[in-house]
Design a protein around this ligand. Structure first.
Ligand SMILES: [Zn+2]
Length: 344
């Protein structure tokens, strides 16, 4: 308990200027600025065995930071946001594999959204805690993880935190601006501060003879702030999202009034196939096609007398010059497949 209080006080010392402070029932209180101490407390709730490690605690954690008003920038920098935060607690022998899997997950997730990922590896600073041996292993673990995950990276000597090296994940938007998103950081210090322990295979915990070290914590945020991620995703694609993610994947345009029931039946089939579609019935066709592009709808389906007669639809992808006439069943199945596979 004492250690928890000390840990909380140190965090307070570092963060209090960025915390929203208030008074509740005559006692000081604050809105939480980060999720890590809470996860450390969850770990410390009861004795842990080596069999439970790696123990991965994850949360879409709502955090609050009192940023200066001049620093605020739409969704890119907000005072209240959600972090996709996870903290794997690992025994020493598990650290390298866990780092690798964090970095592989980062690459996989960014590939899914079509975002090119670049990393910065911040290495040991002059003023640091822990032996060189521990730092050697920690840095090698991150470096190997980046290589295995196939993420291009630059090294930043001296830029790591005093308690561990760190990988920052960056994405460039459509204007070439680089944004820091998630990060993967190895930390031997927080477990020490919170007096975290586990019982090893020999039944020893930290007070025993030849006791095991505290578990290492990996701070793992893949997207970082979800609000910032959404902003960067929209900026990166100039508003275009992958079809599976678009709020409106397909806009169905009947040529004339007589084509409307057919258009609605097609939209209904799309809906049943879990493809988000909508019908836009009125107005000149060319204007409706322009409107769909302005609304960043990735697929336009035109249906007129010819399509009705052939039980087909004319699909046009964003950016394509021509329509592609395909059978209605084929269109539904192809779009469904694309949504389910998330374009992969
Ligand atoms: Zn953390």
């Amino acid at each position: 308990m004492r250690q928890l209080v000390v840990g909380a006080l140190r965090a307070w010392g570092k963060f209090h200027a960025k915390m929203f402070q208030l008074e509740v029932d005559g006692r000081p209180a604050a809105l939480r600025p980060m999720n890590c101490p809470g996860h450390a407390e969850l770990y410390a709730l009861r004795p842990r065995s080596y069999r439970e490690l790696p123990l991965r605690l994850a949360e879409s954690g709502h955090v609050h930071r009192l940023e200066q008003s001049g620093e605020l920038n739409g969704l890119l920098r907000a005072r209240s946001f959600i972090v996709d935060d996870a903290h794997p607690f690992c025994a020493p022998g598990q650290v390298a594999a866990e780092l690798r899997s964090c970095l592989e997950l980062a690459r996989e997730l960014h590939n899914l959204f079509g975002l090119p990922l670049r990393a910065e590896l911040s290495l040991r600073p002059a003023d640091r805690l822990g032996s060189d041996d521990v730092w050697d292993r920690a840095e090698a673990g991150l470096r190997d993880g980046l290589r295995v995950a196939g993420i291009s990276f630059e090294e930043r000597p001296g830029e790591g935190a005093f308690y561990g090296p760190k990988v920052d994940l960056h994405v460039a938007d459509s204007l070439g601006r680089s944004w820091q998103m998630g990060s993967v950081q190895l930390d031997y210090q927080l477990p020490e501060r919170f007096d975290l322990r586990y019982v090893d295979a020999g039944g020893r915990d930290r007070d025993g003879e030849g006791a095991p070290n505290p578990p290492a914590i990996i701070h793992r945020a893949m997207f970082g702030s979800m609000e910032r991620f959404i902003a960067v995703l929209l900026e990166h694609g100039d508003g275009w999202l992958p079809l599976w993610l678009s709020p409106e994947a397909v806009r169905v345009l009947p040529v004339g009034q007589a084509d409307e029931p057919y258009a609605r039946a097609f939209a209904e089939q799309l809906r049943q196939a879990a493809v988000r579609g909508a019908v836009a019935p009125s107005g000149p066709l060319a204007a409706r096609i322009r409107d769909a592009a302005a609304a960043r709808v990735p697929v336009v389906a035109v249906v007129g007398p010819r399509e009705r007669a052939g039980v087909s639809v004319a699909l046009r992808r964003a950016g394509a010059r021509d329509h592609d006439v395909v059978s209605l069943a084929h269109a539904v199945e192809g779009l469904r497949e694309e949504v389910l596979s998330r374009g992969r």
